[in-house]
Design a protein around this ligand. Structure first.
Ligand SMILES: [Zn+2]
Ligand SMILES: [Zn+2]
Length: 224
């Protein structure tokens, strides 16, 4: 029997709610080239690495929707274990570099307060994300944090996959009372960058269940 053709092999997509805040860490990979992207490795690095090894993947990049502690807690350890390139938006660097302060504020004792591994590259609005045949775009959506970004993969799922971090949740939006958060900016970002996407786009937020753009446009009390 002939091997399955390239275009019929489904991309690998795994979601792990990790750590005390159950941040949705996402593993995305091209099953043919085995190139992978990890988004928001907040904690439980062994669990993420176990899945990477299970699929025999090579991590190309470690992306961050933003740099609140629950999204970056495992970044340095994952980088050491996989050698993936670390990417985040420059306007979130101040938070990335103050993990201990965030931990104290959020009541999470950090056993090891090392300096985090420096980023390899800063994310920019409109930048292309690539891993094998996976292709996505960076959408800079300030508000929850100044450097918050969403990642949009137009060919994943039926009509596209959006990973908005803590900017948009099923039926809610991200809090803006933390460091340099801005409510009006967040609403503006969501309207301009996310609500302009098709209804059927699947959304995997930074926490909690999946949703779709159309459902949020119609039912999210912060957006209607
Ligand atoms: Zn957050
Ligand atoms: Zn979060």
């Amino acid at each position: 029997m002939a091997p399955p053709s390239r275009c019929l092999m489904k991309p690998i997509l795994e979601i792990f709610p990790v750590g005390a805040f159950q941040c949705n860490c996402i593993l995305l990979a091209d099953p043919v080239s085995k190139e992978a992207i990890v988004i928001d490795p907040g904690d439980e690095v062994e669990r993420i690495v176990e899945r990477i090894q299970h699929h025999g993947l090579k991590v190309k990049s470690i992306l961050h929707t933003h740099t609140h502690l629950d999204h970056i807690g495992g970044t340095t350890e994952l980088q050491k274990q996989t050698d993936g390139r670390v990417l985040l938006h420059k306007e979130d660097l101040f938070l990335y570099e103050s993990m201990a302060m965030q931990g104290m504020f959020l009541g999470i004792p950090l056993s090891e307060i090392d300096k985090p591994v420096p980023p390899d590259e800063y994310l920019k609005d409109g930048q292309e994300i690539k891993a094998g045949s996976l292709l996505g775009t960076v959408l800079h959506t300030p508000g929850h944090t100044p450097g918050s970004c969403g990642f949009f993969f137009p060919k994943l799922q039926e009509a596209g996959l959006l990973i908005p971090g803590d900017t948009l949740f099923a039926g809610s939006i991200g809090r803006t009372d933390l460091w340099k958060g801005d409510y009006h900016q967040e609403i503006d970002s969501i309207r301009k960058k996310y609500l302009t996407l098709p209804d059927e786009v699947v959304v995997i937020p930074g926490h909690g269940p999946q949703t779709q753009i159309g459902r949020e446009r119609r039912q999210n009390p912060f957006l209607t």
